[in-house]
Design a protein. Structure first.
Length: 135
């Protein structure tokens, strides 16, 4: 991959820094998905087996649901990161999906997978918008 180019209000150095951060977050999220999948397949199987001995099936079910929810959050974060990498490769990274304006380096630095500028994100949150991972 060549040197990054400036795009959408970001200079080349900022683009490079954000690309590196997205790659780091992707590695962490991928490891988290693998870990969560392993925990659900091993630990939860043990919980359900043990529930037969103790009669505490509700506890085992609650633990399983907690793990599934956690794994879902990690997967959603990973999908958001992969989508951000796609926008970066396509030259659309850093543009708000609602208003089309530049998101701004400070917001992207805080949330590299952000899809909305601060103003639009606040508007979505005020009206109780979608609860998807918004970075």
């Amino acid at each position: 991959m060549g040197a990054p180019a400036a795009m959408n209000g970001l200079d080349a150095r900022q683009v490079e820094r954000l690309a590196e951060e997205l790659a780091r977050l992707k590695r962490e999220a991928t490891a988290g998905v693998r870990k969560a999948s392993g925990e659900m397949s091993e630990e939860d199987a043990e919980l359900f087996r043990d529930a037969g001995l103790t009669g505490d099936g509700a506890l085992a079910e609650a633990e399983f649901e907690r793990d599934v929810a956690g794994a879902g959050q990690v997967r959603a974060a990973l999908l958001a990161i992969v989508a951000a990498e796609g926008r970066l490769a396509g030259g659309e990274y850093g543009l708000c999906e609602d208003c089309g304006e530049a998101i701004g380096f400070a917001r992207l630095e805080a949330h590299p997978a952000a899809t909305r500028c601060v103003r639009c994100q606040e508007a979505v949150e005020k009206r109780g918008g979608p609860a998807r991972f918004a970075g």
